[in-house]
Design a protein around this ligand. Structure first.
Ligand SMILES: Cc1ncc(COP(=O)(O)O)c(C=O)c1O
Length: 339
């Protein structure tokens, strides 16, 4: 039987790392036979849509560490921020519920009437999560600060999870995921020449890049950016490097990563949460050929970006590519996205 103790590597080997188990690991790796044949590649998905809590998704890996940290400092109420259909917020709501913590999501955008809620907004109704809708992205942080003061005045202990869970503690989730992947590579004998990662806040990539070094995974990592460079975190490559190195320090590793280790491609970067014909046709293509549903915001755009790179000859014929399928199922059912 495969030994997957490595999936707990960071928590068992490092006593100062807090982790709350939320997911079912390892997530499977699925070969996409039809699309592989068409492209002349061996294409696999790492199925983080199947992380196992609620509707799954990548953020749960980060939340195992972030919410454990929240509990360790005595937090009673989790606050996080995102867009109106944010998968990050939905998964934070799920994880908080599972761990018995109150949660408020502060989401920005056009507020529908409650009876018209769809997609991830519906999940909040089922979960009983506090939802605070503000008109625009810059309104979220002041609202969070106001809520923090209100909660503190009631002797509650709020804990703010930043947009996308982009912190060194959150990055531990994807460092750990690379430990999981290295075990899957060893037990299956299947190596990957490339790993393609949908990239939004960059928290996932900030764990995958140091995890590659820590677990000696011999793949080229390509982050496919969802948004243009100037919409991302300021000075993002240096910021990701700092987060990755702080995460490595937390686990007492001597390894360091450099800005050049972050290879981010912007060939499909466009306005956040706008589903165009490109994303829609990519969702349909993968659904109709492989019976897997990409999401309208991240994975469809990133997969389209990957297909563009195939057309440009980035991948040698016959090479093996692992596309990290980061989930996002909830947004497919949002009325905003018309099919
Ligand atoms: C489905 C999905 N994929 C990818 C990402 C991007 O991950 P990160 O913000 O860690 O770059 C997100 C972020 O919300 C997401 O919801």
């Amino acid at each position: 039987m495969t030994d997957y103790r490595i999936t707990n590597f960071l928590s068992t080997e490092n006593k100062n790392i807090n982790k709350k188990s939320l997911c079912t690991f390892p997530t499977p790796i699925t070969k996409l036979d039809t699309i592989s044949n068409e492209l002349g590649l061996n294409l696999f998905f790492k199925r983080d849509d199947l992380t196992g809590l609620g509707i799954g998704g990548n953020k749960l890996r980060k939340l195992e560490y972030l919410l454990a940290d929240a509990i360790s400092v005595g937090a009673t109420h989790i606050i996080t921020l995102g867009g109106i259909q944010s998968n990050h917020c939905a998964q934070t709501a799920l994880a908080s519920k599972k761990l018995g913590l109150d949660c408020t999501v502060i989401i920005a955008g056009k507020a529908p009437k409650k009876e018209d809620y769809s997609g991830n907004l519906k999940l909040y109704q089922l979960l009983g999560t506090n939802v605070c809708i503000v008109p625009d992205f810059p309104d979220r942080q002041p609202k969070a600060e106001q809520l923090i003061s209100e909660l503190e005045s009631k002797n509650e202990k709020p804990y703010l999870v930043p947009v996308g869970g982009l912190t060194d503690i959150g990055a531990l989730g994807y460092i750990n995921a690379m430990g999981e992947l290295s075990e899957q590579i060893k037990s299956s004998g299947q190596n990957y020449d490339y790993i393609v990662v949908p990239t939004g806040s960059g928290g996932t990539l900030s764990g995958i890049v140091p995890g590659k070094e820590l677990f000696s995974i011999n793949s080229e990592i390509i982050g496919v950016a969802i948004e243009p460079s100037d919409e991302m975190v300021p000075d993002h490559v240096n910021e990701f490097t700092k987060i990755a190195n702080n995460a490595l320090k937390r686990i007492s590793s001597d390894i360091m990563v450099n800005p050049e280790d972050f290879n981010i491609d912007f060939n499909v970067a466009y306005d956040y949460a706008v589903m165009r014909e490109l994303e829609l046709s990519t969702i349909k293509q993968v659904a109709q050929k492989e019976a897997i549903f990409l999401d309208p915001v991240y994975t469809s755009r990133a997969f389209a970006g990957f297909l563009n790179l195939v057309k440009k000859g980035k991948f040698e014929i016959g090479s093996s590519v692992l596309f990290w399928f980061t989930g996002g199922a909830g947004a497919i059912f949002a009325d905003k996205y018309k099919f």
